[in-house]
Structures are given as C-alpha cells and as structure tokens.
Design a protein around this ligand. Sequence first.
Ligand code: SF4
Ligand code: SF3
Length: 518
Amino acid sequence: MFCFQCEQTAGCSGCTGAQGVCGKKEDTALLQDELTGALIGLARDFYGRDHGASADRVIIEGLFTTITNVNFDSEDIRRRIDAVRAERSRLTAAVAGEYDMNRLWRDDEDIRSLKSLILFGLRGMAAYAYHALVLGYTDGEVNNFFYKGLAVVGGTFGMDELLPVVMETGKVNLKCMELLDRANTETYGSPVPVTVPLTIEKGPFIVISGHDLRDLQLLLEQTRGKGINVYTHGEMLPAHAYPKLKEYPQLKGNFGTAWQNQQKEFKDIPAPVLFTTNCLMPVKDSYRDRVFTTEVVAYPDMVHIDEEKDFTPVIEKALELGGYAEDRVMTGINGGTQVTTGFAHGAVLGAADKVVEAVKSGAISHFFLVGGCDGAKPGRNYYTEFVKQAPKDSMILTLACGKYRFNDLDLGSIGGLPRIMDMGQCNDAYSAVRVASALAEAFGCGVNDLPLSIVLSWYEQKAVCVLLSLLSLGIKNIYIGPTLPAFLSQNVLNVLVEQFGISPISTPEEDLKKILNR
Ligand code: SF4
Ligand code: SF3
C-alpha cells in the first residue's frame, strides 16, 4: 500500500506495508485505490457529457469513503467499487479504462503533488457535497467539477496545466461550502451563540459524532420522550447552535474532546456512540459492542445504520447500558466545564456594528482565525499556547475540531463579545470567509489588509479543500501546521510560498511576533 493523504502519515512521507498509522489495513488501502481508479474511469467517461444524479451520488459517496478515518471495511468498499462499475455500464459501454493509482503514486513528484492536491481536495469537498445532498441541496457546477477534477487526475498534464485546476478545486469547494451552509441554515435555522455544558446527566444517553446534522435530527426525532439524552462529540458540537436542533430538550451537551482522544474517552462508556463521518479510530475491545456507524462510515463487525435511518439498535443499546448513575461533571482539555459555539456568519455579522466600532476605537487590535483539524501529534500544543499568548485585546475565531485544544478556556470578552468565537465545523470556514469579506468592505480594504491572521491546523482532506478555498480567494500569509503535507513537493511548496506567503508554524512566540510586527 501507499498512502500519504493525511498529516500523521508514517515518517512524514507515506504509509506503506501492512497498515497505515490511522489503522487502515493494506487490503483496505488497496481497495480504496481501486475505488478511486474506478471513479476516475467513470469521470473520464462523463466529463463534459450528460451524467445523471445517480452517477453524481456514486462519485460523491466514493470520494467521501476514502477520507481518512471514515471507512475501514473492505467488504463495504468492494460493494462501492461494484456500484461504480454498475453505474458505468448502465450509462455507457465504458470508453476509457479504469485508472491504476500506482501510476499516480509513482509519477514525477511535482505532478504527483499537484494531482494529490486536486484528488484530496475533491475528497474533502465530496463530504460537504454529501451533507448538502442528504438535505436535498445540490449544485451543478460542484457536481460537474468532480468529473473534471477526477479526469484531470487520471490524465497527462504538466505543472502549468495542473496549477489552475488546483486553484479551481478551491474555488469550487467554496461554492460547495456555501451550498452546505445554505442547506444547514435553511433547514435548521441560522446558528445562534449558545453555551454547551460538558456535564453528562445521569441516565441513558447516546453520543453522536461527525458532521452530519441530518443524522442528528433524525436521532433526536426517534429519541423523543424515550428518557434518553443525546450528547454531541467532536465536529457535531456546533449543532447545538441551530434553532431547530436546539429545541429538542434531550439534546443536552457535548461529550469528550477531539477525535484523537476517543479510544481513551470511550473506554467503558455506559452509552452507544454513533459515527456519522470521520474521525473514527480503530475500535478498542472496551467499547466495541457500542459503536454504530451510518452514512459512508464503516468498520468491520460494527452495526451499520442504513439509509432507512432506523436508529432502534442505538436506542436499545442506550437503554440497556443505562448511562451514569449520577450526573458526571466532565471537563475540556484545560479543565473548563462548558464551551460555547454558534458564532457563524449570521451571528457575527449581526454584531458587525459592534465589531467594527471596537476595531476603530482600538479595543480590538487583531483577529486570529485559529482552527482546523485536531490530531495526536505533540506539536499541536502550539495552538493552545498560541491562543493563550495572543494579545488580550485580540479576538480568536475558531472552527473545526482543532478548537478543542482551547475552547474551554475563558479568555474574557471585549465589548460584550467573547474573545473566543466558535464559528462551527470545518465547512463553516465559509462563515469565516463571509466575516472577513464583510470586515474588508466595512474598512474599505482588501482581506489581506485586515488585522486578521489565519493559523491553520490540518489533519485530513477536508482541511486540504478548505486551504485551497482560502488560497483561491487570494488570501495570503496563512500559517499551517503542525507539519506540512507530505504530498507537497519542494517545487509546489515554493510556488505556494512565493504566490501566497504560506508559512509552516514555528513557535507561538515567534509567529506572534512576526504577525504583529508585520
Ligand atoms: Fe497513513 Fe493517513 Fe493514509 Fe491512514 S490516511 S494510511 S495514516 S497517510
Ligand atoms: Fe476533525 Fe476529523 Fe478534520 Fe471537520 S473530525 S475537522 S480531523
């Protein structure tokens, strides 16, 4: 096997051998390559031609399946490969062959680097397109681009031809995040700031993890009046802010911290855990009888909830396990007992006058967007330290699961606004873009001229597409860590440094000094 798509890749260069660092086994990795090669074949057939909604869905699901920590189930991936082939032969006599991913992995390193940016970006974007799709929202431009992007990955192109497609991936992903924002806010209302307790009340409960709001809503419907409480985990936390979700009284709070702590936090948990997306880690024996998956998430021998969305097995498990006997006060990484969320574009722009006034009066000196994925590497303390050391008159905007490093800190407020504002999931980077553009407009300058710095943490492929979206907007001087992607070749990195001023993180002290003296 060869895989280097995520931040924890072996030796910062690539996972090979019998198993990846994430626990993905070689046979699963090879099947994921086969699935991707089959998708490229389908895309080559249909790029620029009429393709129906079912082909779109096969592509979106197939790409989503191969994101890090989503699907460990070879059987399931085999079924998906069959589905791609069936779709192809249903639509046409296959014109182009399937693609052998080894050609990509063995390609010239600059070509491989640019194609990887496109492919991994498409995988991240597919997850967002999927969440929008299940709420009934699709976009022709977004769907068409999956075909174009995949066809390009399977084609023969030089650096000059690939670079614009890399940027286009970012541009189209912005559109896709906007689509998902519309799907989420039109379905569940515009997020409002809320305080979310970390205490787990006594009695039966269910923990739901991942990004899919629709799964949460269906679960809340089915647990109505059953005496079962529901707690979010990981990227599901921002769901508390959506008016139509927060009105369910049994949606009580948030369990645990970011994904990489799950094997510790789920040990002997007296409740089932439902995974709607990444990040699922290899399941330990201490809780393997209580892990449920749905959507494209799968793990061998775990109960999978199919498209009918009958959550009865999860509900029965919650009743059987019974939860804690007494309320249990839990804390975040820094000892806080509650967190806040809901500062999406609607809420922040609703307070735009206050924000602009605070900047003009000098009460706010700087905005930092510190967010992205969390992960297990020790270097990620950087983000906690960065936020702690940021000047007291600066605001911290955050999003995605990286926020668990510091979201339980009480850093006070400025002009009635809390200094840490959680904008939501990784896809809510769209909110950050909206807020940045509105500020730029209010101050009559460009986004790069704002007192705003972006400090990203990355782990998997959604972070790749979000980064490409920010670059496609011309946003410069982004800091990225904890390490640079293994799939950036030196030449491609040079382009990103020259054109966009991308920097790897160093130490919080040094980076803050650089940023504030700029
Ligand atoms: Fe390795 Fe990451 Fe690929 Fe898993 S997803 S095999 S950890 S590079
Ligand atoms: Fe986290 Fe897996 Fe990326 Fe949506 S849940 S951000 S790592």
